[in-house]
Design a protein around this ligand. Structure first.
Ligand SMILES: Cc1cc2nc3c(=O)[nH]c(=O)nc-3n(C[C@H](O)[C@H](O)[C@H](O)COP(=O)(O)OP(=O)(O)OC[C@H]3O[C@@H](n4cnc5c(N)ncnc54)[C@H](O)[C@@H]3O)c2cc1C
Length: 299
């Protein structure tokens, strides 16, 4: 094979590498490059894209050496530094205690090797519509903090995911931390997905979070599907349908049918629109049934 043909698509185009010591320096370098630089976190999505020349940043700003961006802390809710490795979040007792649904979801994100490099915030900033972490963030009603040249701002998960691989983050902003609310008494949650092989991105998945009353009626819920469109999708029709209801067989069946119709899946080699609708109905049905078997934290 000619050398040139072998080289194309295998290695990234030349770029400047910067490893700033703090967030202000990271923001300054991003601003200096005027949209041509990219934040490098775990590199598990960005580097393959660069190797295939689908992304050609002139500079990479490595945020993984900024100590303040790593770690998990509990403060009523949870605060997770954007550059915290996915494996560390998965192993965190604080996370397992506050939101076991997140610990469960993380075990489905790629493989041990990708989780040991990939970061929590990197997955959110990358915004793959089939990714688990963005869906959990949305289902829990969390928020992220972004820092740019104009200072810091807080973006609720409901406003974060704009389109395929696109968030509300500006090119010169660094995602610094992710905040998850406290788990209130009576709140139960379920994660479920369909994959062809363990570690693959989901064909369809669901994260269901519900506040149950003492008589097992749903007071409120956030039902999020992923792998079913351009962004993680909040099934508000299902949420409306189950509000005030006990999750018996007939309401679960109706909600599952509703979910299948509510989504707008994009067909690809992994599955047709009809197949994804069937999977969505199946997963929502399963998740709602499982919600009824869970115990929330006591009041
Ligand atoms: C074999 C394999 C299997 C995988 N399977 C799955 C899977 O099943 N589910 C899943 O969800 N993911 C999967 N992934 C992707 C993995 O979870 C990545 O870790 C994640 O998508 C990106 O995180 P990262 O830290 O590696 O980010 P990077 O690849 O470094 O960056 C990704 C993008 O986010 C931006 N970015 C990163 N951090 C920040 C920040 N702090 N502020 C602003 N922008 C930022 C970057 O500029 C870039 O555009 C897989 C990856 C591989 C290689």
């Amino acid at each position: 094979m000619p050398a040139a043909a072998g080289a194309v698509g295998m290695k990234p185009a030349a770029f400047r590498y910067v490893a700033p010591a703090d967030i202000d320096e990271a923001v300054a370098v991003l601003a200096e490059h005027g949209g041509d630089a990219k934040v490098l976190a775990g590199g598990q999505s960005l580097i393959p894209l660069m190797n295939m020349r689908m992304s050609r940043p002139t500079a990479l700003v490595d945020v993984c050496r900024i100590a303040s961006l790593s770690g998990v802390s509990a403060n009523g809710g949870l605060t997770i530094g954007a550059a915290t490795r996915q494996a560390s979040v998965a192993a965190s007792p604080l996370v397992a205690d506050a939101w076991p649904v997140l610990t469960e979801a993380l075990s489905h994100v790629g493989h041990p090797a990708t989780r040991s490099r990939g970061t929590f915030g990197g997955s959110i900033a990358h915004a793959d519509p089939s990714a688990e972490i963005p869906a959990v963030l949305l289902a829990l009603g969390g928020e992220v903090v972004a820092k740019g040249p104009g200072g810091e701002r807080v973006i609720p998960a409901d406003d974060l995911f704009i389109a395929h691989f696109t968030t509300d983050l500006a090119e010169d902003e660094v995602l610094t931390e992710v905040r998850l609310p406290r788990r209130e008494p009576g709140v139960v949650s379920v994660f479920s997905e369909v994959v062809r092989r363990r570690g693959d991105f989901a064909l369809v998945g669901v994260v269901a979070v519900a506040q149950m009353d003492d008589d097992k009626r749903v007071r409120s819920s956030r039902i999020v599907l992923f792998g079913v469109g351009e962004v993680p999708f909040r099934a508000s029709g299902v949420e409306d349908l189950i509000r005030g209801q006990q999750l018996d067989d007939s309401i679960v069946a109706e909600a599952a049918r509703h979910a299948a119709q509510e989504i707008d899946p994009i067909p690809d080699v992994q599955g047709s629109v009809e197949y994804r609708r069937e999977l969505a109905a199946d997963r929502v049905g399963l998740a709602l049934r499982q919600l009824t078997t869970q115990e929330g934290v006591p009041a």
